[in-house]
Design a protein around this ligand. Structure first.
Ligand SMILES: NC(=O)c1ccc[n+]([C@@H]2O[C@H](COP(=O)([O-])OP(=O)(O)OC[C@H]3O[C@@H](n4cnc5c(N)ncnc54)[C@H](O)[C@@H]3O)[C@@H](O)[C@H]2O)c1
Length: 351
């Protein structure tokens, strides 16, 4: 059988564990996997672009476990009352090739993205950082706020969204979580005095959410929203003034903010910083940018975390994703009447 964690079970895991504990736990798993970066077989994700969005498959393996995530990005969806990003993922046993663990990953992507951002900021923001600006208050935004508060103690927020309804939702969702929130009238106003700036907007185009002159010395930029070809948030000149940190250059050069730059634009791989092989922030005046696009190891880590977390609980279902005939060569035998219980037979048993 395959263990399956659906939306209601992920919600229960978060309720029973606590959101902060889940984010901290995820960050620890993600950090552990970044540290052993070289043990993974990696590839940029496989993207299928269409007029309004993209559908992506994100595979990775450490040769013991193999995982992939299915994820989409459709900024137009919101107008039709649908989400921009939805996802699910699976963890498989390399030895047998059997899928073992299947999970929803719409909520889990928001969790792992936020945990990764906060983890990167731990190495890249100034030690005395206390205020974060967030531009774009959609589905990902509260997770980012809670992750930075949990991992870095940042509780002062300056926030902006073009849509006042998104702002109201954000403020209401975080009302009881100990934040001091200032709602700004523009992105420019939001970044005033901020030590960290998170951009997490969705628009399938080259947007300029952060202009060069909006960012002063010493700021860390957590650029989350620009994550596919033709979709960026930062002005090119800002990238030239900053030190840029990325997950997997082969993927980020196509999808990230640095798609605006030449192919040899210098970047530092985040795993090197985490593994102590490259410096993170080197001075209080340096501008650092985490050009986040989301990489498959983060989903691998998130699936490992969830799998471990639900063992010994009832926060999962067992599903018959894989046919398991008692004689493995007699797959056809499963078609014999009576062997597989029909819906009618199950309903009869229940009464
Ligand atoms: N880097 C990663 O790992 C990662 C992971 C998940 C999502 N993402 C990306 O993050 C982005 C946000 O995702 P989401 O699920 O929160 O989307 P969403 O559609 O729920 O929210 C986006 C918000 O941005 C606002 N916005 C759009 N243009 C703006 C502007 N010019 N100024 C201020 N606000 C603006 C919208 O009003 C909306 O509230 C998407 O582009 C998504 O692809 C990246």
């Amino acid at each position: 059988v395959v263990q399956y964690v659906g939306v209601r079970h992920v919600v229960r895991v978060i309720a029973e564990t606590g959101l902060s504990e889940v984010l901290a736990g995820l960050a620890a798993y993600i950090e552990e996997d970044f540290r052993r970066w070289e043990s993974f077989e990696k590839t940029p994700r496989i993207a299928s672009h269409s007029r309004h969005g993209v559908i992506e498959l994100m595979p990775v393996s450490d040769r013991r476990l193999y995982s992939f995530k299915y994820v989409n990005g459709h900024p137009h969806n919101m107008r039709d009352g649908l989400q921009t990003v939805t996802a699910f993922g699976v963890l498989c046993d390399v030895e047998t090739g059997y899928p073992r663990f299947l999970s929803e990953m719409t909520i889990t992507t928001a969790l792992r993205t936020a945990a990764t951002s906060a983890l990167a900021a731990r190495y890249l923001e100034r030690r005395d950082a206390s205020t974060m600006a967030i531009i774009g208050l959609g589905a990902q935004s509260e997770f980012q706020a809670v992750a930075f508060k949990t991992l870095l103690g940042i509780s002062r927020l300056r926030v902006y969204d073009v849509d006042p309804a998104a702002t109201r939702k954000f403020v209401a969702n975080l009302a009881d979580r100990g934040f001091d929130i200032v709602v700004a009238g523009s992105a420019q106003e939001a970044v005033l005095g901020a030590d960290v700036v998170t951009t997490v907007t969705a628009d399938k185009r080259r947007a300029t959410i952060l202009r060069d002159e909006m960012v002063g010395e010493g700021v860390h930029v957590n650029a989350v929203g620009g994550d596919c070809p033709g979709k960026t948030e930062l002005q090119r000149e800002l990238l030239l003034r900053a030190d840029v940190f990325v997950e997997y250059p082969e993927q980020t050069r196509v999808e990230g903010e640095i798609q605006q730059m030449p192919a040899d634009f210098p970047v530092t791989e985040l795993w090197r910083v985490i593994a102590g092989r490259a410096p993170g922030r080197a001075s209080a005046r340096q501008i650092t940018i985490f050009d986040s696009v989301g990489f498959a190891t983060e989903d691998f880590s998130a699936l490992r975390y969830l799998r471990d977390r639900v063992q010994g609980t009832d926060c999962y279902d067992e599903i018959d994703l894989v046919a398991e005939p008692s004689d493995p060569r007699d797959l056809f035998g499963l078609l014999r009447p009576g062997l597989v219980r029909t819906d009618e037979a199950l309903a009869e048993m229940a009464t």
